[in-house]
Structures are given as structure tokens and as C-alpha cells.
Design a protein around this ligand. Structure first.
Ligand SMILES: [Zn+2]
Length: 432
């Protein structure tokens, strides 16, 4: 067992954070040999229970749960910051040409290693990721995640129509490839597979039907896609499925709404769609830096909470502009505040932080597994330095409450705040 003494940020209740200013985190193997939180709380209360432990002191530092990114495209590393007239031209001019390079094995493995390095540098310890339509891109990413003992979920993109040469796949083969990847990766170590139709326009009816059949056959496999990001995209789906009640209902028709189904964006939806999400256990991956960058619109937090469906935060790199959970949380605050197209509200810093940790884990069906530091959670955590920059040091020193401290980190923080990222290991590995 190992232990660290520092301030400790946890979520005993959803969106309710507690900071133990002189805390102790004790990590040790569970019955399966995986490093999990054995105890977390006040140092003075816990230390006598572990008299033989070698405790690492981290004065002035905060230990917090590793961040969970609900939607990110690993092949879009090089697409960040590409300007376009909205989503559809951005896909055509930047995204598809870049993704076509992932037919090359050497390119895949270099990008996968860079991607995982970048996640960890920013304190992200779990991600639900799109690969490309090439099965080798999934093998590269999940292989890299396995080497680093990461909890990672990924899938081969399905796109058999309205897609250029180089990324378009073939209907029957795409479904065979997806099933082979499920068999190879899903449930292996800390890895999971996600059935990944890119979005309705890129998939034929036969491909969507096949994806739904896979989702029914493998009930604990994830589903990831996009919905209602952009008004031109919504109009395109209406032209393709004129009889459908809504864009989201097309996914329902093919059996693609259920627990562990995660849809990025969910901006241009109505209350009937929201009720459908709640009723089916489907989750939204809110992607605020991407939505602001591409000018897509604003996620309606008040409507989401009124209905009560699951959601959490996501970078959506490369439509998103940063790997940093701090940048994403700040952008989510901007999106919440926006009050011209929907009701504007001020999301609390505890709620923002929850959306990128325990709340995201809950939306992924991984509550109690990652995203928190309660006993039994896998020991993925970050060591934060609240003095990482002169302005942060000045601002956090004046924080009179937990909300003020967290808000200073959200507004002023970036990768410089992440002093260390620690990943839960299996017992046979070297351990954190
Ligand atoms: Zn996306």
C-alpha cells in the first residue's frame, strides 16, 4: 500500500465537493490486484489506522480525481485550430484528409503515443475516444492505453456513405471489423469498446441497423456518436429521414439509444428528445470549446436538469480547442451563462468540476470505478499545484471558500497546474 498526505478533493455526493485540507489518501490492491482507494479522509483520523505506511508528503498540493473526457477524437490532434465555415466544411476540408492518414500503421502508433502523453499531461485519466474508420487505428490506441494501464474506451468509426475515399468504409466489412474489435479489446484490462457510427448522414440505413444489432448483442459495450451539433447538419438529417420526428429519434429507430450510449453535443434538441434521452439512459457529452469554436450553439443546462438526463464534459478535440479540462470547464461556464438563445445560469465550480470527473464517470456507467476518490474507486488521480503561476498563487491564496479556490483554478488553470498524474496499476506492474 502507498499513501500521500495533501489536501484532498472528493465528491461524497453528486456535484458536492469536499476539500480535506490536511488529508490522507491510501491506495492498495483490491481482490483482483488492481490499485484502488483504500481510505481517504482527514490525516489525523486516518494515519493511526496505517502505522506502518510510508507516507509521501505533498505540502501545498491538492490531490483530486483524474479527469474523465467523454468525447475526443485521437486522430484529430493535427486538426486543432483549423478554421472553417462551420461543421460540414470543417469535416470536408480538414478532418477527413487528416483521418485518411490513419491507414498507415506507423502514423497510427506515433499519434496514439502522442495522444496518450497529451491526455496525461493535462490530467485526463479516462477517455471515450473516436479512432478513425481504419481498424488499425483502434488497435494502436487501445494497445498504447493497455501499455500505460489506462482506462480507455474507443471505437472504429462507421461511415459508409457521404464520406470521401480514404475514410469511407464498406457496410458489411465495417460491422465484421467492429465485432472483431469488440472480441479483441472489450473488457481486456481497463479497456472498453464503443460502437461508433460517425453521425447519421455518414451511415447507410444498413450500417445503422447493423450497429444497433451489435449494440443489442453486446449490452455492456458503449455506443458513441454525434447528434444535433449544427443547424445545417440537422437539416441534412431531416432531408435524409423526412418521416423521423427528430434527429435523435433516428438513432432510437435503429436501437442506438440505451445506457452506455453517449452522444456529443445535443444542442438543437427539444424536450421530447430530452425525455427520450432520460427514458433510455442515454448520455450527452457536452463539448463547449468545440461548440464555441465552430459556432454551433449552446448546450441548454437548465433544460437538461429540468428533464434529468445524464451528461458530462468533453474536449471534442479537434473541433475542441484544448486537451485541458480547465479550459473545457471554463468554456462550459461561458455556455451556461449564455442567455440569448436559452436561459442563462451560473454553473457552480463544484458542478463544473463534477461534470468532468464523477459526473462524467456516472454518465459513462463507471460511477464508483473512476472519477472520484471514494474507497473502492480505481486510484487514478492528479496532483494539483495551486501556485503554478504567479497570478494563480496570488488568487488562490485569497480564496475564502472551496468555490473560490476551484473557480480560480478553472479560470486561470491549465496544464501547468497538473504537477503529476498517477494511474492505477495492476499489482504485477510497478504501481503508482
Ligand atoms: Zn466529435
Amino acid at each position: 500500500m502507498k499513501a500521500w498526505r495533501a489536501s484532498l478533493l472528493r465528491f461524497p455526493e453528486p456535484a458536492q465537493a469536499v476539500l480535506e485540507t490536511d488529508g490522507l489518501l491510501v491506495v492498495g490492491p483490491d481482490s483482483a490486484g488492481r490499485q484502488v482507494v483504500q481510505a481517504a479522509g482527514k490525516y489525523s483520523a486516518l494515519a493511526p489506522r496505517f502505522p506502518d505506511l510510508d507516507i509521501s508528503p505533498l505540502p501545498g498540493r491538492i490531490i483530486a480525481p483524474g479527469f474523465v473526457d467523454m468525447h475526443i477524437h485521437y486522430p484529430q490532434l493535427d486538426v486543432i485550430g483549423s478554421p472553417a465555415e462551420g461543421l460540414l466544411p470543417w469535416l470536408e476540408n480538414y478532418t477527413f484528409p487528416h483521418e485518411s492518414r490513419f491507414s498507415d500503421a506507423a502514423h497510427n502508433s506515433e499519434a496514439a503515443a502522442f495522444f496518450v502523453d497529451e491526455l496525461l499531461r493535462h490530467g485526463v485519466t479516462t477517455a471515450l475516444a473516436f479512432a478513425t474508420s481504419h481498424p488499425a487505428s483502434v488497435n494502436a490506441l487501445l494497445g498504447e492505453a493497455q501499455r500505460r494501464s489506462l482506462r480507455m474506451i474507443a471505437g472504429k468509426v462507421l461511415q459508409d456513405q457521404h464520406s470521401p475515399d480514404g475514410v469511407r468504409d464498406e457496410t458489411e466489412q465495417s460491422l465484421l471489423d467492429s465485432e472483431a474489435l469488440i472480441t479483441r479489446w472489450h473488457g481486456l484490462d481497463r479497456l472498453g469498446y464503443a460502437i461508433t457510427p460517425r453521425f447519421v448522414p455518414s451511415c447507410s440505413e444498413a450500417q445503422l441497423r447493423g450497429a444497433g444489432e451489435l449494440a443489442a448483442r453486446y449490452a455492456d459495450v458503449w455506443i458513441q456518436s454525434h447528434v444535433a451539433e449544427n443547424k445545417d447538419e440537422v437539416a441534412w438529417v431531416r432531408a435524409l429521414y423526412p418521416q423521423a420526428r427528430s434527429y435523435l429519434s433516428v438513432y432510437e429507430q435503429f436501437g442506438l439509444l440505451r445506457p452506455r450510449a453517449v452522444y456529443a453535443h445535443c444542442i438543437h434538441i427539444d424536450d421530447e428528445d430530452r425525455a427520450l434521452m432520460r427514458g433510455t439512459g442515454t448520455a450527452a457529452a457536452v463539448s463547449p470549446t468545440s461548440n464555441l469554436f465552430l459556432g454551433s450553439g449552446f448546450f441548454d443546462y437548465q433544460a437538461a436538469d429540468r428533464t434529468g438526463f445524464l451528461y458530462g464534459l468533453a474536449s471534442d478535440v479537434g473541433g475542441g480547442t484544448s486537451f485541458s479540462p480547465f479550459h473545457t470547464m471554463l468554456a462550459a461556464y461561458y455556455v451556461g451563462r449564455e442567455g440569448q438563445t436559452k436561459a442563462g445560469l451560473s454553473l457552480s465550480p463544484q458542478h463544473l468540476w463534477w461534470q468532468h470527473t464523477g459526473g462524467a464517470a456516472r454518465a459513462l456507467g463507471l460511477e464508483g470505478v473512476v472519477g472520484n476518490l471514494l474507497p473502492g474507486c480505481e486510484a487514478d488521480f492528479v496532483v494539483l499545484n495551486p501556485q503554478a503561476t504567479p497570478l494563480l498563487a496570488r488568487k488562490t491564496a485569497q480564496a475564502a471558500s472551496l468555490d473560490e479556490l476551484l473557480f480560480a483554478l478553472i479560470v486561470l488553470g491549465d496544464d501547468r497546474v497538473i504537477e503529476n498524474t498517477v494511474i492505477s496499476q495492476a499489482e504485477s506492474a510497478s504501481g503508482p
